[in-house]
Design a protein around this ligand. Sequence first.
Ligand code: NDP
Length: 281
Amino acid sequence: MSARILDGKAIAASLRARLAERVAALGYRPGLRVVRVGDDPASGVYVRNKDRAAQEAGFDSATLHLPADATQAALLATIARLNADPAVDGILVQLPLPPQISTEAAIAAVDPVKDVDGFHPLNAGRLAAGQPGLVPCTPRGVMHILAEAGVALRGARAVVLGRSQIVGRPMAQLLLGADCTVTIAHSRTRDIAAECRRADVLVAAVGRAGMVRGDWIAPGAVVVDVGINRLPDGRLVGDVAFDEAAAVAGAITPVPGGVGPMTIACLLENTLEAALARRAT
Ligand code: NDP
């Protein structure tokens, strides 16, 4: 193995510690509310982790749990109440939502100034227009990892695998904003391996275990693996075949312990920024 391992767990811990110091100096506790609908077990783990990390960093965090058969009107009423609550700085609607509820409607109902997931169309539009706004947590976490690793982004060729609203698209916008030359590849891309081989920075956010092989990677490239895939034997792996890739890449994030921990740390960062912006007005 030759690649440097980019330790997202350590980078996230130091970001959370810096945020805790800033929160302690505020004189109030930024308020984060997570809205969970139903009993999806994976969501339960995520929500508990978010709550715990937020409380440890000094935030006023709580989860509102609606039953699996909650109506869309009930969810929108809950969001409206949180929008109007002056103690609440950040609102996160945990996805996925049950089928009777439109994800789009739920996302659009969150006040954009409290939209700490950065999924509201107004914040997505701001990011696309290069304007300041709340940025989705996972791509924001990737940018922190690249900065901590000292990766030179200006003029670099970046390839993003995946074009989802929550990872791929905002990731590409952030890399573009950092002066990369960005290619977005997806399920209709003709020769995805060839696109990847051109990358100085490769970000994989596809949701296919081990799809990115070692011979897709240019020697010395920086590889960031956003994917989280559970194998039949219970192991968690990324979208990148780690051992093969690590033999070729210059630096690589592991799964677990790479991008995953950054997502929660960046949720807290967004919540603090939302609190500062809202309370300054
Ligand atoms: P989505 O399923 O929403 O999007 C996947 C994207 O990958 C789509 O754009 C799709 O293309 C593309 N894709 C799927 N199959 C292929 C293929 N064979 N070749 C090329 N492109 C393909 O997933 P998300 O963006 O939500 O998540 C991606 C991964 O990241 C998942 O493993 C998820 O668990 C993980 N994740 C991790 C987070 C973290 O905190 N670390 C947070 C969020 C997600 P098309 O648009 O053409 O269908």
